[in-house]
Design a binder for this molecule. Structure first.
Ligand SMILES: *Cc1c(COP(=O)(O)O)cnc(C)c1O
Length: 396
């Protein structure tokens, strides 16, 4: 007998059902339809260095990377990544067995989680999280366990006791992000030392997303977790050319890790994209060898942009949290008489002609993130000044 048809089975599987469409699609569409200034999605509105673009053109013309590059990435880039880690942090990685090139940090995150997790493994991650973390943990069959960063003395801070309490016998790895998107927090050497000690004590793996390693301001310092005692052999470090060189469309990222860990990540990565971004890999190899003056000028420029936006948001009546790193600033909208960041961001284009992102979408505990709104400052000064001028309407 034919089976009675009831409600049809949903097409999207259960692992991904909760994830819907990212907020960025909705907000970028709103920016377009209202002619708003888009400080939502975090991509620069100016391309990276001319000589790096030229290097990509040269590679393309010379036929380097136009066909499948080697699975782990072209040797020039793997060598350049290793040299960068050694020059900056004194970390020595073998380009052949300890460096893997990926399709952006996004693929590195996915491959690390897919390669290292068994179904049911718990992943302790800092909340609010970068939007792909939750989805990738779910795709890998893992369970996410958030530890919430909370405002303290004008910035978002990690409660180390809460982190310790979140670790159970089922915890397989800590997923760390510093400098932290969206809060702009940079974990201190003391905090990272405590995290490292916890990882060693509980024998945990650590995946650390350090794509903003070069965007650290004032007296903040970027300390790679892999550089701390006992961490080199248990840490997967993720970097990306997108944020460091302002080429987010090139999708060149990388992983550095001890051979066993790297091999696990590579096992997953080879069945995701296999390879990507051939000619761009050669260009990024040259970019990583740019003189220190490039990195300094890049950081100084972003810092002055941060200052323009921070001052403007405060003037407009927001509470503004201190950004020590990344190119985002998180605000609290309660001084404006608002409490729901999602509703606020939906109305902001109409009210002020500016688009921002509600941090609530980066939380499991939506209530904890409700009043916080993120603005990106990786935009031209004149764009930021126009945005600030428009946001002034909120105070008037
Ligand atoms: C932008 C970003 C990424 C993704 O980097 P891609 O190289 O563009 O894939 C990963 N993590 C964080 C925290 C980011 O902000």
């Amino acid at each position: 007998m034919a089976r009675m048809t009831s409600t049809p089975r949903p097409l999207l599987n259960r692992r991904l059902a909760e994830f819907g469409t990212t907020i960025f699609a909705e907000m970028s569409a709103l920016a377009l339809s209202t002619g708003s200034i888009n400080l939502g999605q975090g991509f620069p509105d100016t391309d990276g260095p001319e000589e790096v673009r030229e290097a990509a053109v040269r590679a393309l013309r010379d036929g380097r990377g136009n066909q499948y590059p080697p699975g782990p990435g072209v040797p020039e880039l793997r060598t350049a990544v290793a040299a960068h880690q050694q020059r900056r942090y004194g970390l020595v990685f073998d380009p052949d067995t300890e460096v893997l090139v990926t399709a952006g940090a996004t693929e590195a995150i996915a491959a690390a989680l897919l390669g290292l997790l068994e179904p049911g493994d718990e992943v302790v991650a800092l909340e609010p999280y970068y939007d792909s973390y939750a989805a990738c943990i779910a795709m890998a069959g893992g369970r996410r366990v958030p530890v919430t960063l909370r405002p303290r003395d004008g910035a978002f801070r990690l409660d180390l006791d809460e982190l310790r309490d979140a670790v159970t016998d089922r915890t397989r790895l800590l997923l760390i992000n510093t400098p932290h998107n969206p809060t702009g927090t940079v974990l201190t050497r003391e905090e990272l030392t405590t995290i490292a000690a916890l990882a060693v004590e509980r024998d945990l793996l650590v995946v650390t997303d350090e794509v903003y390693e070069h965007l650290v301001f004032d007296d903040a310092e970027h300390v790679p977790l892999a550089s701390l005692p006992g961490m080199r052999e248990r840490t997967v470090t993720i970097g990306s050319a997108g944020k460091t060189f302002s080429f987010t469309g090139w999708k060149v990222g990388w992983v550095t890790a001890a051979p066993g860990l790297l091999s696990a990540v590579r096992s997953a990565k080879q069945y995701l994209t296999y390879v990507a971004s051939g000619p761009f890999q050669y260009a990024v190899a040259e970019a990583l060898a740019l003189p220190e003056s490039y990195f300094e000028a890049f950081r100084d420029d972003m810092r002055s942009k941060r200052d323009v936006l921070t001052a403007g948001l405060a003037e407009a009546g927001f509470e503004v949290f201190r950004t020590a790193g990344t190119y985002f600033v998180t605000t609290d909208i309660r001084p404006l008489g608002e409490s729901d960041g999602i509703a606020f961001c939906r109305s902001l284009p109409e009210r002020a002609g500016v688009v921002a992102i509600p941090n609530a979408v980066f939380y499991d505990h939506r209530d904890a993130g409700a009043p916080f709104v993120r603005f990106a400052f990786c935009k031209r000064k004149d764009v930021l000044e126009a945005a600030v001028d428009r946001l002034g309407r909120l105070a008037r």
